[in-house]
Ligand binder design. Structure first.
Ligand code: SF4
Ligand code: SF4
Ligand code: SF4
Length: 579
C-alpha cells in the first residue's frame, strides 16, 4: 500500500540519519571516515548553506537539494534528515509507548492554530542577522548545531562512561576488546544552553509533537514557506473523508483542521502518518502542479463508525462530520489505479533521487593512521614548589588551524561541536564567552587541557560549515594559529634553579630551544617565526597557576617558517672494511 511504503521508507531513512549523525558526535575511535562524515553533513541545511557562502562549489550545494526536495515533496527534510526533528519523533514515540501501556490508548494531538508571529519573527531575526554576517542566531537555533551541542556536550560523556565501565568489566575477565577513553576536564557553563534546549525540545515533543519545529526552528519555518508551493501536497479528499479525525489525532504537526477541511501544509513535516492511519484513503498526496486529468470518480467506501475514543474530537470535526461522501475507491477502478501508480512511481523516483544526491558529495580526504597521543604529562618529572605570579597575557583566543582568522571563524562557525567530538587530542573544547557573546559555544583551543597534534588535520576535514577549511598536512605544518610567549620569571629554571626543558622537548618545530643559563643549567629561548601555535609547550609546562610559556592567538593566521632541522653530528663510515 502506498501510504505504508511512504511511512516505512520515511522511518528507515530517518533512523539511518539519526543513528549515524548521533554516532558522529560520540565516536572516539575514528570509526567513520571523513568522506562519510562529509556525506552525512552535506545534506544538513544550515551547515551546507553557511559552507556555500564561505567556500562555494558543488560540494556545498546540499542546501539547494533540500530546497528542491521541499519544492517537490514538502518538508521531507524535517521527517528524514534533520536529526533534531527525528529525535523529537523518537522521544514522543517512546513516551507514547508508555502512556499507551498505562492508559490503554491515548491520542495526544489535535489541530492547533499556528504561532505565526513567533515563528516568522524568529526566522526574520535569524535571516537578517545572518545577512549582516552574524551566525549568532543560527548558533542558537539551527537544528543540526543544536543536536550537535546536545550530543557532544551531554550524551558523549555518558557514552564514554558506559564504554569505560564496559572496559572495566571486560578487563576483569581478561578481555581487552574495549579500552578506556580519557575524558578531559569539562566546564559546566557551555553545557547550560544545550541542557535547557534539550529539555525544551523533548518536553515540547512529549506534549505537542513538532511544536518546536513549527514555532522555533528557522529552518522549519523557511521550508514551510517553500512547501506552501510544493508540487506534491497532502490534502483532505472531501469525497472520501468521513471526519472521523483519525488523521488529526495522529498528526504530530497538529496541522489538520477538519473544521475547515484544510491541512496547513506549511507545518506538515511529511511524516505520512495521516495517510497511513486513514482506512478510507481520505488523505491524498496530490501533484498540484500537474493535476491528473483522468482521475476517475471514486467508488463506494463504507462509512465506518468512528472509534469511541474519537468522540472527544467532535468539536474539531464539527458539523462536517455528517457530510455525505461519494463512495468510491481507486482500488477498484483501473483508471484511478493507473493514476495512483504513476503518482507513486514519480514520487518514489523523486525520493530516491533526493537521497542519492547527498552521497555524490562525499570527498575522499582522509589522512591515515592518526592515533590519539598519549598523555605526555605523565612523563614529566619536574618538581615545582612555588606558585607562579605573572599572569599569562593572551590578546586573542586561538582558532583552530584552517579557520583562517578569528573573523572568518566567528562568522562561519555555528558551534555544532563536530570538531570537538572528532578532535583526537581533545584540545578543542566548547567555549563559553572566550569568543565573545556572539561566539558563545564556538570551540576554542584549550592548551591547558591538551595540545594540537602536529600531524593531525581531522577538524579541517570534517567541519560542515567551512569555518575550518581543509588543509593538507604540509599546509598544516606551516600554519601559524598563534605564537609562543615566554615569561622567564615564571619558569622553574629561574624560580627554583632546577633543570626543566619540557617545552623545548615537546615543541615539534623547535621554535623553543634551551640555551645556557647558570650553574650548568639551560633555559628556554623562543623563535616565534617557527612557532605554529600548537600549544604543546603550554600544555606540558609544569608551572601553576600561570604557565611560563603559552600561546597567544593570531587574529589572522599566517605562514610559519619551516621547522628547524638540526644537523646531527654524524661521521660517514669508512667505505672500505677498516682492516
Ligand atoms: S523544523 Fe527544524 S528542527 Fe524540526 S525537523 Fe525541520 S529542520 Fe528539524
Ligand atoms: S568549527 Fe567546529 S563547531 Fe564550528 S561549525 Fe565547524 S565543526 Fe562545527
Ligand atoms: S588539527 Fe589540532 S585541533 Fe584539529 S583535530 Fe587535530 S589536534 Fe585537534
Amino acid at each position: 500500500m502506498r501510504p505504508k511504503i511512504l511511512k516505512i521508507s520515511r522511518v528507515i531513512v530517518s533512523l539511518f540519519f539519526l543513528t549515524i549523525t548521533a554516532f558522529l558526535f560520540v565516536d572516539f575511535a575514528e570509526t567513520l571516515s571523513a568522506s562519510l562524515i562529509n556525506g552525512v553533513t552535506w545534506i544538513q541545511f544550515v551547515p551546507s548553506l553557511v559552507k556555500f557562502i564561505t567556500l562555494t562549489g558543488f560540494l556545498t550545494l546540499g542546501f539547494l537539494v533540500v530546497i528542491i526536495a521541499t519544492l517537490l515533496f514538502g518538508r521531507i527534510y524535517c521527517s528524514t534528515v534533520c536529526p533534531l526533528g527525528i529525535l523529537q519523533d523518537v522521544s514522543s514515540r517512546i513516551s507514547r509507548f508508555y502512556t499507551e501501556k498505562i492508559r490503554r490508548r491515548r491520542n495526544r494531538y489535535r489541530f492547533a492554530e499556528p504561532q505565526n508571529l513567533l515563528r516568522y519573527s524568529l526566522l526574520g531575526i535569524t535571516a537578517v542577522t545572518f545577512a549582516f554576517g552574524s551566525v549568532f542566531f543560527l548558533n542558537l537555533l539551527d537544528p543540526f548545531s543544536l543536536f550537535g551541542k546536545m550530543f557532544s556536550g551531554l550524551v558523549r560523556p555518558v557514552y564514554y562512561a558506559l564504554n569505560n565501565i564496559t572496559a572495566d568489566i571486560f578487563y576483569a575477565f581478561g578481555l581487552y576488546t574495549f579500552y578506556h577513553v580519557e575524558t578531559r576536564q569539562m566546564t559546566i557553563l557551555p553545557l547550560i544552553y544545550p541542557a535547557l534546549m534539550l529539555m525544551l525540545v523533548v518536553g515540547l515533543s512529549l506534549m505537542r509533537g513538532r511544536l518546536y519545529c513549527n514555532t522555533v526552528c528557522p529552518v522549519g519555518t523557511l521550508l514551510g514557506i517553500i512547501s506552501r508551493y510544493a508540487m506534491y501536497r497532502i490534502e483532505i479528499n472531501d469525497e472520501l473523508c468521513t471526519r472521523c479525525a483519525d488523521c488529526s489525532l495522529n498528526c504530530k504537526a497538529q496541522c489538520i483542521d477538519l473544521k475547515n477541511n484544510e491541512i496547513d501544509f506549511t507545518r506538515c513535516v511529511g511524516c505520512f502518518n495521516c495517510m497511513d492511519i486513514c482506512s478510507r484513503q481520505g488523505i491524498d498526496y496530490q501533484n498540484k502542479w500537474f493535476p491528473s486529468r483522468n482521475k476517475a470518480p471514486s467508488e463506494a467506501v463504507i462509512r465506518e463508525v468512528c472509534d469511541a475514543d474519537d468522540a472527544d474530537y467532535a468539536g474539531d470535526a464539527g458539523d462536517a462530520g455528517n457530510a455525505a461522501i461519494p463512495e468510491t475507491s481507486p482500488e477498484k477502478d483501473p483508471a484511478a489505479r493507473a493514476s495512483s501508480d504513476s503518482g507513486r512511481r514519480s514520487f518514489l523516483f523523486g525520493l530516491t533521487s533526493y537521497f542519492i544526491g547527498f552521497s555524490a558529495a562525499s570527498r575522499v580526504v582522509r589522512a591515515n593512521g592518526l592515533q590519539q597521543e598519549p598523555d605526555i604529562r605523565d612523563d614529566l618529572d619536574v618538581e615545582v614548589t612555588k606558585p607562579t605570579t605573572i599572569p599569562e597575557d593572551k590578546q586573542f583566543p586561538i582558532s583552530p588551524p584552517g579557520s583562517v582568522s578569528l573573523e572568518h571563524y566567528n562568522d562561519a562557525c555555528t558551534a555544532c561541536q563536530l570538531c570537538v567530538s572528532a578532535c583526537p587530542t581533545r584540545v578543542l573544547q566548547p567555549s563559553f564567552l572566550e569568543h565573545g557573546f556572539t561566539g558563545m559555544m564556538q570551540p576554542r583551543m584549550d592548551f591547558h587541557a591538551s595540545f594540537c597534534n602536529f600531524d593531525c588535520v581531522v577538524c579541517t576535514e570534517i567541519c560542515p560549515t567551512g569555518a575550518i577549511q581543509p588543509l593538507t598536512m604540509a599546509e598544516k605544518h606551516l600554519t601559524q594559529i598563534g605564537v609562543v610567549r615566554l615569561e622567564l620569571d615564571n619558569c622553574v629554571v629561574k624560580t627554583e634553579n632546577t633543570a626543566c626543558g619540557a617545552c623545548a622537548e615537546h615543541c615539534p618545530t623547535q621554535a623553543v630551544r634551551m640555551v645556557p643559563y647558570q650553574d650548568g643549567l639551560t633555559i628556554p629561548e623562543i623563535l616565534v617565526e617557527h612557532c605554529v601555535g600548537c600549544g604543546a609547550c603550554e600544555y606540558i609546562c609544569p608551572t601553576r597557576p600561570y604557565r611560563a610559556i603559552y600561546i597567544d592567538g593570531n587574529e589572522v593566521h599566517v605562514k610559519a617558517e619551516p621547522p628547524v632541522i638540526e644537523e646531527l653530528d654524524y661521521e660517514e663510515p669508512e667505505e672500505d672494511f677498516p682492516f
